[in-house]
Ligand binder design. Structure first.
Ligand code: RM4
Ligand code: MN
Ligand code: MN
Length: 430
């Protein structure tokens, strides 16, 4: 099939589905009106929802056992942006791209920026990488980076982060995400307090280099690659660090970075209370940092997280400005399909959270009516908001059926022709 994926193609595909969508939308609109909800208002909010895609998410991921690449994988940052553009065209929720440096370090920042902007895309948060060694790098991160015992290693890690800021300014980014793999595998290997203090001193130097309108996002992770202790292991360490650094430092919650069964929506609520919730890396997991597609394992948890965010909006919590990003590793799917589906799942959780009858919920909470309070959330969660999401996409010129439209476009086959495999590429994914 000849490759074709442009606005006309999407509109033609949409034309075949419009009548059914209108029927479903009208029906849902009548149902919601009976509940006192205005479907048009919900559709507007769903239309405005945005999440950034990770540049590292368009290549096939891998585990420490193997990587099974798809045909036509992107071979450089420009090809990654072409794939991000396809995701964007089909869902129109993902104009932002989060870059990982040095994986995506461009030769010319200006060229990369105009390549993205010509497609209506922009650069969201920058991500530094001091969790692996790059070829030719003078000092090793084997025993840590920002918290390393050797000041020369710390300096190298700080400088890398400052380089990310400099590059980010040229690319038009506005925030920088720092996740470190520092930690230990053995009790006693690291002095737990001193390692944290060294991290804070290094982070202060990065913070001091932040451009005035930027935010520093601190990402915690319980374990991996260090398996006994991790320097920024939880939201407590992250919050203390943000508070120590200053008002431009915030905490980033990656959904996969907690112990199983941890109540992440509680963490979200606490960070909102502290005025330090800065953003998310969305993904889903069953056991650890599985980086599975958002909403694929526990959509109710995702809904409960969005419930906290919508509640904060409803309470008009000041200063809440969140960086929504996907951080996933696609091992068995076409990454473009996973990213589109995940962006839709997030919008779904958001639309469902908007449907919570907050006045009723507050009343049930006040009177300790546990059953009805829970039912109020469940009622919103069990509403099939598909017509709202499809309508929002169709109005933006995106696809009513993104995966179907993508598959019929022949894009992957075209990529396989244009981008012959370059050998057994490394995963570039942790
Ligand atoms: C880490 C963490 C970071 C991501 C790397 C690739 O586990 O989630 O956000 O940049 O993986
Ligand atoms: Mn992450
Ligand atoms: Mn992770």
């Amino acid at each position: 099939m000849a490759f074709e994926l442009n606005d006309d193609r999407i509109a033609a595909e949409n034309g075949k589905r419009l009548k059914w969508l209108e029927e479903d939308y009208e029906h849902l609109g009548r149902q919601l009106a009976r509940r006192g909800a205005d479907i048009e208002r919900l559709t507007e909010r769903a239309t405005a929802f945005r999440v950034a895609v990770p540049s590292w998410g368009v290549g096939t991921g891998g585990t420490r056992f193997a990587r099974f690449p798809n045909p036509g994988e992107p071979r450089n940052v420009f090809e990654k942006i072409e794939d991000c553009d396809v995701v964007f065209k089909l869902v129109r929720t993902t104009p932002g791209i989060s870059l990982h440096i040095p994986w995506d370090r461009p030769e010319s920042a200006a060229e990369l920026r105009s390549f993205a902007e010509a497609r209506g895309l922009f650069f969201d948060s920058m991500n530094s990488n001091t969790f692996e060694d790059q070829p030719g790098q003078p000092r090793s991160y084997k025993f840590g980076s920002l918290s390393h015992t050797d000041p020369a290693v710390r300096r190298q890690a700080i400088e890398h982060n400052l380089e990310c800021l400099e590059l980010g300014v040229k690319l038009g980014a506005r925030s920088h995400t720092v996740w470190i793999g520092d930690g230990g595998n053995f009790p006693g290997q690291q002095h737990l307090s001193r390692a944290y203090e060294r991290y804070l001193q290094s982070a202060q130097k990065i913070y001091a280099g932040l451009p005035p309108d930027w935010r520093l996002l601190i990402e915690h992770k319980m374990y991996e690659p260090a398996f006994y202790s991790t320097v920024i292991q939880d939201w407590g360490s992250s919050l203390m660090a943000a508070q120590t650094l200053g008002p431009k430092a915030f905490c980033l919650v990656d959904l996969g970075h907690h112990a199983p069964n941890v109540n992440i929506e509680m963490i979200v609520a606490r960070l909102i209370h502290a005025g330090r919730l800065g953003g998310f890396h969305f993904n889903d997991s069953k056991y650890g940092d599985d980086d599975l597609d958002s909403g694929s394992i526990d959509p109710f948890r995702l809904f409960l997280i969005f419930n906290e965010l919508v509640d904060a909006e409803w309470r008009a919590v000041p200063g809440l400005k969140l960086a929504h990003m996907l951080d996933q590793s696609h091992n068995v799917t076409d990454p473009i399909e996973s990213l589109m589906t995940s962006a839709i799942e997030l919008t779904r959780a958001y639309a469902q959270a908007l449907l919570v009858d907050r006045k009723a919920l507050a009343g049930y909470q006040e009177t300790n009516d546990a059953l009805m309070a829970a039912q109020t959330l469940k009622r919103a969660f069990t509403t099939d908001v598909h017509p709202i999401l499809a309508r929002a996409r169709e109005r933006k010129g995106a696809a009513i059926d993104p995966v179907g439209t993508y598959r019929r476009s022949g894009y992957r086959a075209e990529c396989a022709r244009r981008r012959p495999a370059t050998g057994p590429a490394r995963s570039g994914i942790v």
